[in-house]
Design a binder for this molecule. Sequence first.
Ligand SMILES: Nc1ncnc2c1ncn2[C@@H]1O[C@H](COP(=O)(O)OP(=O)(O)OP(=O)(O)O)[C@@H](O)[C@H]1O
Length: 645
Amino acid sequence: MWGILSQFGMVSARGEFNRAQAALRRVTIAERDLGSFTDEQLLRESSSLRYRAKCGDALDALLPRAFALVRETAGRQLGMRHYDVQIIAGTLLARGCLAEMATGEGKTLSAALPLYLHALSGNGAHLATANDYLANRDAEWMRPIFAALGLSVGVIQSDMLPDQRRAAYACDVTYGTAKEFGFDFLRDRLLGSEHGLLNTGFHNHGEHRAAQFVQRDLNYALVDEADSILIDEARIPLIISQFESASSAKLTAVSKWAADIVGRLEQTTDFVLDPEISTFRLTPAGRELIRRFPKPSTLAGIPVSDLYHSVEQAILVHQRFRREQQYVIQDGEVVIVDEFNGRIANGRRWRNGLHQAIEAREGLAISPVSSSAAQLTTQELFLRYNCWAGMSGTLLPAAREINSVYHRPTVAVPLNRPCQRSHWPDQVFLTAAEKWTAIVEEIRTVSQQGRPVLVGTRSIEKSAHLSQLLDQAGISHQVLNALHVRSEAERIASAGQQGQVTVATNMAGRGTDIGLGPGAAELGGLHVIGTELHESPRIDRQLSGRAARQGDPGSDRMFLSLDDEILEAGFGKEQSAKLRAAAQKRKDTRGLASLFRSAQHQVEKRHAGQRRQLIQSALRRQDQLEQLGLDPFLEVEEDASIALS
Ligand SMILES: Nc1ncnc2c1ncn2[C@@H]1O[C@H](COP(=O)(O)OP(=O)(O)OP(=O)(O)O)[C@@H](O)[C@H]1O
């Protein structure tokens, strides 16, 4: 099977692409007679494929007929017949490659091909998307294809009870989020360990499956938005926590005290930045100050090392954390905003007292610290499947990193129709204020031409700022900031109407199609404005990819200013201040755009190195524990910095 293939190292990207092209030719031949089949005959044909798969026929041999059946059925049921490039994508995904498909090229329909093929064996095929809304939407969209071919479809939603989950996993094809697949895996393992069922091997639950387990064997997983799961979230483990409430009164007291005094500490004298681990450390003078500060009686008995730790977390929060940027407050609780995709990460919590430090700063009730009972990262989860593959609009920039960690090629799928996006030259400004003014002017000009405009910002705070400027300029617009996934996905779908202006945090609505409204294509299509470079160029590409989908016209432009965070992140405080001063003296920003890109490149390089190390050491640790006969997912390290509970 192909899972084996991937373990032994795959063919190169070019080789995989050639294979996929050859598969396309085989599919074209295999579908010749299907047009004359009745729906019942198609269903019968599907049953015979399932029989062959269950008897152990190689999936490679079944692929042409299987894909031909799905293509024909999609045409009949949904009025969408797979394009040739989608058959190529389907083949790559069935073989366990990472496939880059530009935004709007129809990943959802392509995914139905490998899901169908791998589900034929009866062992299940999972599609992992980013949120519940997309899981449900894609499942309902594709269900008629699978149903017509005799396959059942299940959906996992985060509020489901175990019985409902078990039923969804029992289906041939299951849509859900990576997070839910991971938590179900962990909960099953915890259950298994209670019942002593997991000490005979770690690959799958195998024959020792308890009746209470919700998942079946991990057969095939297709990961949507794979770059975000495999790279951006590589450091974020899924954790099932147990709350420790005993110490909560002391924790509340120390967190509040630290938040109160943090403003009185001076950088350099009292604390310094430790660049290695991007955190702040108290200096000996700072520590002495902490010891001397007057303390309320509630702090009595708290070890001084705990005081230092809480103060260091409070410093980190004070220096680096901004409301509406890294987190928002919802119903009196701190809710993390995922900086990579701008989405609300419900249920995720910072660890090591950081979450409590933020609650203290915001004057909220301090939540108890949790200890972990089981943990895994989502990419560890996917490595447990017999075969897994991934797709995204922005994988190529990460191809080398993916190959070095996961040992599989990333292949670019050609566009169905040539891209008609025009890339307008970057504009660089001396100050952020000048930049925002120019952005408002561009929005006005382009939207007055009747073209829809989408503006991406790096934070909810900046979206709000721009919205205010647009109000002042009398430009009507909608703001999306990923707080309400479902309604926003619907609203972003309307962002292509003539003259519509939409301001969104970079990834609000990722995965949702922006179709052009009537007449908008004739006027030039969607214009996308980037207001600042993100630390990852993939996120910028996702944004610009919103324009000019599926052969539509469109354009994009990036606005930059010397105040942008990326310069400091890339070149450091001193160097970027010098650059700023020199440009301000010259009063000239020409030729500076490439500087921003190289700052971005520096940041990306640094992050990639850190991620590679982390992932490799996590995988090594897992191997070692397994060799010792221990369950790596239940042997939890206590220093994970971020958690989902
Ligand atoms: N073979 C096809 N024939 C006709 N329309 C198609 C076909 N494939 C996809 N589409 C249409 O293309 C649009 C984009 O599809 P989809 O949302 O799956 O794109 P995507 O690649 O997932 O984009 P994103 O990167 O935003 O997630 C949809 O409106 C879909 O109906």
